[in-house]
Design a binder for this molecule. Structure first.
Ligand SMILES: Nc1ncnc2c1ncn2[C@@H]1O[C@H](COP(=O)(O)OP(=O)(O)O)[C@@H](O)[C@H]1O
Ligand SMILES: O=P(O)(O)OC[C@H](O)CO
Length: 500
């Protein structure tokens, strides 16, 4: 690869659960290193909920909203594709697409990470005693969250699909693989190690598809993409008007880990978007949790893996969307901050947001949401505060699990849409007991993908260079004492037990 000129433009694609985004960065190394966003565009797309607990996306929507966001960001920046040194893709993870190798058409809608339709299948596999093998090989748990049972479901429910997959006529991909296929017009079928580590099919130690797991989940090897480093030559696209290489791909939460400069062991970031994902860098050691956290590939560079311990919460900002869209008690998400102001943490209302089951450290796919302790005084203010508090309390549970695994952390680096809410930021510090540092850019995910792309084209030399680019715009410190925290945690844990 020819080294790009310094400075250069990088396009980051962030294909998320609710929207597709494209951000153009100016990347520059030297005395004053920079990675500065100069233009961006985003498009939301339709969420499909065909049955209770099912969540689907139309793959064509994912592609079209991505493509139009890229075109609009280029226009806004007054650049053309010829000005771009490379593309970095980051994406919602686990979401599963299966398409026809010849026509490129998806044979079923994408089954989204939040989808619970394979809960019974996962339970059967757990009852048959496969949890330990799966956990040791992949670092993950037998939960519908991950891709393997979603692939199998598609093969078993679309006419003739299993035979076609075995004959090598179908491709599987998580979203970055599907976008790469579309960008390269069917020339490249590849994934990266961070996304592959979320499928339940990759052996975490070798970073290769594991034949025993393929047999267990009944997934034909012929439909799987090639696994590459996070920074690599992934192929070129000409669809933006000129030839541009795709040079980095990374799952969105691992992207945010890099974007928050958590590139040394012991550093943790927590991203508060639709869900919340806390990732702790554990270096070259894949630590298996005793408290049902996930072990995952953080990033792989030059064939060398860096691992992370992850706590995943399915509903964070999505609870605020629920208050806005389903209950209609908010006009917009920002309003939740003013409403929660003045409501004490000791309020009697307690919201358990198990709308799509409970994630880490509980992993109860069948648990459902509840609000306890309502009285005639309960109104919009109390519900907004209970919703925000529930995200902070779930974070506390994750950090406690990490500490019990021997991985105590000193502070929380946070990013994502919810971190604009100062009431929530203070509650997070108060209820976890940790200092909270908010990233100056809420788009840490795209920032991480852009950095990895700039690393691959030679603007930056080492993953550690991201440390010079990291900036914070707010710090929040705990103002509660231990007794006050304990009282709230005890009531929270009692309420959690009721929905389990
Ligand atoms: N001021 C706010 N207070 C609380 N939640 C917010 C606020 N602003 C945005 N959110 C929530 O943040 C989420 C969007 O964050 P974002 O990082 O864009 O998510 P994603 O990448 O998952 O699409 C939405 O669920 C929204 O409800
Ligand atoms: O699209 P987000 O930002 O909600 O992230 C989704 C996660 O990658 C799911 O594991």
């Amino acid at each position: 690869m020819v080294k790009a000129s310094n400075p250069s433009y990088i396009l980051a694609i962030d294909q998320g659960t609710t929207s597709s985004r494209a951000i153009i960065y100016l990347a520059q190394s030297g005395e004053t290193p920079k990675l500065k966003p100069i233009a961006s565009a985003a498009h939301e797309f339709k969420q499909h909920f065909p049955e209770n607990g099912w969540v689907e996306h139309d793959p064509e929507d994912l592609w079209q909203t991505t493509l139009s966001s890229c075109e609009e960001a280029l226009q806004q920046a007054e650049l053309t594709a010829a000005d771009l040194a490379g593309i970095g893709i980051t994406n919602q993870r686990e979401t599963t697409v299966v398409w026809d190798k010849q026509s490129g058409e998806a044979i079923y809608r994408a089954i989204v990470w939040q989808d619970r339709r394979t809960a019974a299948e996962c339970r059967k596999l757990r009852e048959a005693g496969h949890q330990t093998l799966v956990n040791e090989r992949t670092g993950l748990l037998l939960d519908p969250y991950f891709s393997a049972t979603k692939i199998s479901w598609i093969l078993d429910h679309v006419d003739g699909a299993r035979a076609r997959a075995e004959a090598g006529e179908l491709c599987f991909g998580t979203v970055e693989t599907y976008l790469l296929w579309r960008l390269t017009e069917g020339a490249v079928h590849a994934t990266d190690a961070s996304n592959a580590s979320r499928t339940l099919l990759m052996n975490l130690a070798q970073r290769e598809w594991d034949p025993e797991l393929l047999a267990l989940f009944n997934v034909p090897a012929a439909m799987l993409p090639e696994i590459r480093d996070n920074t690599a030559e992934f192929g070129c696209t000409t669809l933006l008007g000129d030839k541009v290489p795709v040079v980095a791909m990374v799952g969105d939460q691992q992207g945010a880990l890099v974007g928050q400069a958590c590139v040394s062991p012991g550093m943790l970031k927590s991203t508060y978007g639709t869900g919340c994902f806390a990732l702790l860098n554990t270096g070259d050691e894949a630590i298996l949790s005793n408290h049902r956290l996930l072990t995952t590939l953080a990033y792989q560079l030059d064939g060398k893996p860096t691992y992370a311990l992850e706590g995943s919460i399915f509903m964070a900002g999505a609870i605020i969307q629920w208050l806005r869209d389903s209950l209609g008690i908010l006009d917009n998400a920002d309003e939740s901050e003013a409403l929660a102001e003045g409501v004490p943490y000791s309020q009697h209302e307690m919201l358990i947001p198990a709308f799509t089951g409970l994630g880490a450290p509980y992993w109860e796919p069948d648990a459902r949401a509840a609000i306890f302790g309502m009285t005639r005084d309960t109104g919009r203010k109390q519900l907004a505060a209970a919703a925000l508090k529930s995200v902070a309390l779930q974070s506390h549970d994750l950090l406690t699990a990490m500490a019990e695994d021997g991985q105590a952390i000193k502070k929380l680096r946070v990013d994502g849409g919810m971190t604009a809410n100062n009431w929530f930021m203070q509650a997070l510090s108060d209820l976890t007991g940790h200092p909270v540092e908010r990233a100056a850019y809420s788009e840490a995910t795209a920032f991480g993908a852009a950095f990895l792309a700039a690393l691959q084209v030679g603007i930056f030399n080492s993953i550690k260079d991201i440390q010079q680019l990291h900036k914070i715009d707010g710090e929040f410190n705990c103002e509660l004492n231990h007794d006050q925290q304990q009282k709230i945690h005890q009531r929270w844990l009692a309420a959690i037990e009721k929905v389990r």
